[in-house]
Design a protein around this ligand. Structure first.
Ligand code: BLA
Length: 494
């Protein structure tokens, strides 16, 4: 097989419909009081034979069933919270039961009851962790505190904070806590395809994903069931192969969300099989929620600081502009390139075109001015060759353009960016032999460099929301200066 692995397979895999659960627990789904779906291990684990098609009261008494239904209905499903857990006597003994509703069925997931934690034993370390977390002043500091705390709570061998560069993009390990002797991953990049989009969407709905043992034999379900909200959901064979290839036996991920979207994960790895009690999972979930809120606040603060820096630069630009002679371009192009990082600034004013910085040459400038949309509103692209077919032949000399109309008569400011260079350390270790699984070496992070390079070819660094906001402010300033100049000129003439 080797390198012939088709990555589109990953994107298409319906990972919520794989028809099985991890066998450390058992699942039954009840429709209208009757057991409609069971996992193959349910009868053995629960100690009751012939469950399928029989009344649920054979397994749980009426009061327990009513209580479980109440719990399922109290969970509105509006938030990305994991299903509610309780303990119940069922068949052979005591179980931790996690409950949610799906397609009109009550879905119960049973795990042998773990050691009962008392509330203070769970809450005290979490509370201390939250206090330490709140003292973190930057995103990276908060993540550093978080990985330490999560490893302390769970005992995994490696815990990393993994941040995506964009919604479905590649990511970087920005904080790590690893057991003695573990290879350091801090600063390493992993490609976007390591976590396909449908998996990311599921992690937006569930804060926690536990994979107890990559060598587990899945307990098959007796019928179809959407397992999106299941805590026992079985795992894609692709991802299992990936985990085996990086020497991992068990894993857990905690979602980091901002505005409901996944922007990173706390990823945990164990070298041995690891199940977590629902209480410990709930603690991790709670921690993930608190961390996400704190990170959102910190990110907001960091972005505001970046905007403040840009505004200071704009103010300085305007000062020098209004002091300068009229009749020349008012803003210092070098200063403009500091407000919005770029390789060149192209200005068209009063029919004259000037280029400052890395001049892409008259041919490209003409083609660009002819092809990019510049009627009225701002326009931008980080992949000109793809977005504007007329420019395909001229890329990759220039891959990014931010076009700002700056006056009547087709006046324009254009910031240009070349192809992005990638000063990144990928999770590749050429010295270490890779043992390819049945899907070839692509299912390791080691095949990454080529995949990533292909994904950035012809693309510039993307224009950030801060870049766009600052362009709007500069645009306003240019119009303001033009008005002032016009007034000065009319005063002089009058
Ligand atoms: C899921 N891939 C994941 C998850 C992580 C990664 C964290 C979440 C599940 C878990 O916690 O194990 C990848 N793990 C990483 C990365 C780091 C890490 C990047 O620790 C870096 C620090 N994976 C592939 C390819 C496919 C693929 C090519 O590399 C597709 C064929 C699939 N990854 C894949 C799938 C899931 C996944 C399907 C979802 C698993 C699930 O929740 O069912």
């Amino acid at each position: 097989m080797g390198g012939g692995f088709d990555l589109t397979q990953c994107v298409r895999e319906p990972i919520h419909l794989l028809g099985g659960v991890q066998s450390y627990g058992a699942l039954i789904a009840i429709r209208a009081g009757e057991i409609a779906v069971t996992s193959a291990n349910a009868e053995r684990m629960l100690g009751v034979a012939g469950l399928a098609g029989t009344p649920a009261t054979r397994l749980l008494d009426v009061d327990q069933l009513a209580a479980l239904e109440g719990l399922a209905d109290a969970d509105t499903g509006q938030t990305a919270m994991m299903p509610v857990t309780t303990t119940a006597e069922a068949g052979a003994g005591r179980f931790d039961v996690t409950v949610h509703r799906c397609d009109g069925m009550l879905v119960l997931e049973f795990e042998p009851a773990g050691a009962a934690h008392d509330f203070p034993a769970i809450y005290t370390p979490i509370r201390q962790a939250l206090i330490r977390l709140q003292m973190a002043a930057t995103v990276v500091e908060a993540c550093r505190a978080a990985v330490r705390e999560v490893r302390a709570i769970t005992g995994y061998d490696r815990v990393v904070a993994y941040r995506f560069e964009s919604l479905d993009g590649a990511g970087e390990v920005i904080a790590e806590d690893v057991a003695e002797g573990g290879e350091p991953w801090l600063g390493l990049w992993f490609p976007a395809s390591d976590i396909p989009p449908q998996a990311r969407r599921l992690y937006e709905r569930n804060w926690i994903r536990v994979i107890a043992d990559v060598d587990d034999a899945t307990a098959r379900l007796s019928g179809p069931l959407d397992l999106s909200m299941s805590v026992l959901r079985t795992v894609s064979p692709f991802h299992l192969e990936y985990l085996r290839n990086i020497g991992v036996r068990s894993s857990m991920s905690v979602s980091l969300l901002s505005g409901g979207r996944l922007w990173g994960l706390i990823a945990c790895h164990g070298r041995t099989p690891t199940t977590l009690t629902p209480q410990v999972r709930a603690a991790c979930e709670f921690f993930g929620v608190a961390l996400s809120l704190h990170l959102a606040a910190l990110r907001e603060r960091e972005q505001a600081a970046a905007r403040d820096r840009s505004r200071t630069l704009i103010a300085r630009l305007l000062e020098t502009a209004s002091a300068g002679p009229s009749g020349v371009w008012p803003l210092d192009p070098d200063g403009m390139a500091r407000v919005i990082a770029c390789d060149a600034v192209l200005i068209r004013a009063e029919g004259r075109v000037t280029v400052h910085g890395a001049d892409p040459g008259p041919e490209l400038v003409d083609a660009l001015l002819a092809a990019v949309p510049h009627a009225g509103s701002m326009w931008h692209s980080d992949r000109l060759g793809e977005d504007v077919p007329a420019l395909a032949a001229l890329s990759p000399g220039v891959c990014g353009a931010l076009v700002l109309p700056s006056g009547p008569d087709g006046d324009l400011i254009v910031w240009l960016r070349g192809e992005r260079t990638v000063p990144r350390r990928w999770a590749t270790d050429p010295a270490e032999p890779v043992v390819p699984g049945p899907h070839g070496r692509r299912l390791t992070p080691r095949g990454s460099t080529a995949v990533f390079l292909a994904s950035v070819r012809g693309r510039s660094l993307p224009w950030s929301s801060n870049d766009l906001a600052m362009a709007v402010e500069l645009g306003r300033a240019v119009v303001g200066i033009a008005v002032t100049h016009a007034r000065r000129v009319s005063v002089l003439n009058g």
